[in-house]
Write a protein that binds this ligand. Structure first.
Ligand SMILES: NC(=O)c1ccc[n+]([C@@H]2O[C@H](COP(=O)([O-])OP(=O)(O)OC[C@H]3O[C@@H](n4cnc5c(N)ncnc54)[C@H](O)[C@@H]3O)[C@@H](O)[C@H]2O)c1
Length: 240
């Protein structure tokens, strides 16, 4: 349905690449005003330009989601520019170094947890007080639901994202804010290419489609869930 997010303001973190860019572009195609946040200025500005060239509305905000002051400033910037925040896709994340648990460095552990888990919590912390209903989607991973090798901090962070999502969902349901986690398997992005050494996985647009669905009326009874590809495909089909 074209224009289903007209008059809505959406924030996408990690919007300069991969899944975040696909999500930002999909929201823009549906008429949303999009705030694209990223640590990487070049990628973030490129997403902003792609949206503007298609006559969409977007701003780029440079922000490191692992830093409270930058997350607070990012939300202030969205509110200052557009006056509201309806939806947020908290998606920024890093893989970190590939090494088993006993060889994982303290620095890598802290980088990955601070970006992937603390970053999602900080985003929710500053988004929720500004929202009046709407929805938040946090990007976890299938590695939020199962183990795997050489990614101990990543796997711990993605399990944590699901916990933080479920906690917030139960706390803010009474305010009409739905909060869910996406758990994609392999998605063809620069991060996945680094992991596999070659392009691999689903198109990021498939994840974006599910993110938009989780923000739509069609999913209005869903909150506190961690949705894998199979689960969101089934849920989308059931809701049509
Ligand atoms: N690609 C996959 O197979 C896959 C599968 C499951 C989950 N995920 C998750 O999806 C999300 C997006 O990953 P992707 O595959 O699109 O990767 P990507 O590397 O293409 O994009 C990640 C973006 O996040 C930004 N970013 C990183 N650290 C940041 C920080 N501290 N503050 C702000 N922005 C920051 C990067 O600059 C980049 O633009 C991540 O959370 C990732 O863990 C990816």
């Amino acid at each position: 349905m074209a224009g289903q997010f007209k008059n809505s303001v959406v924030l996408v973190t990690g919007g300069g690449s991969g899944i975040g860019r696909a999500s930002a572009l999909a929201f823009a195609r549906e008429g949303a005003t999009v705030a694209v946040a990223d640590l990487a200025v070049e990628g973030g500005k490129e997403t902003e330009s792609i949206i503007r060239e298609s006559e969409g509305t977007a701003i780029f905000i440079e922000a490191d989601v692992s830093k409270a002051s930058e997350v607070e400033a990012m939300i202030d910037s969205v509110l200052g520019t557009y006056g509201r925040l309806d939806y947020a896709h908290n998606n920024a994340g890093i893989l970190g170094d590939l090494a088993p648990t006993a060889e994982c460095t303290e620095e890598n552990w802290e980088n990955v947890i601070n970006t992937n888990l603390k970053g999602v919590w900080l985003c929710m912390k500053y988004e929720i007080p500004k929202m009046h209903g709407g929805a938040i989607i946090n990007t976890s991973s299938v590695f939020g639901l199962k183990g795997g090798q050489n990614l101990p901090a990543y796997i711990a962070s993605k399990h944590g994202v699901i916990g933080a999502t479920k906690a917030a969902a139960s706390e803010y349901a009474h305010r009409g804010i739905r909060i869910n986690a996406m758990c994609p398997d392999a998605v063809r992005t620069p991060m996945q290419e680094r992991f596999m050494g070659k392009p691999f996985g689903r198109a990021p647009e498939e994840v974006a489609q599910a993110v938009l669905w989780l923000c739509s009326e069609a999913s209005s009874v869903i909150t506190g869930e961690a949705l894998t590809y199979r689960k969101w495909k089934r849920r989308i089909a059931e809701s049509q």
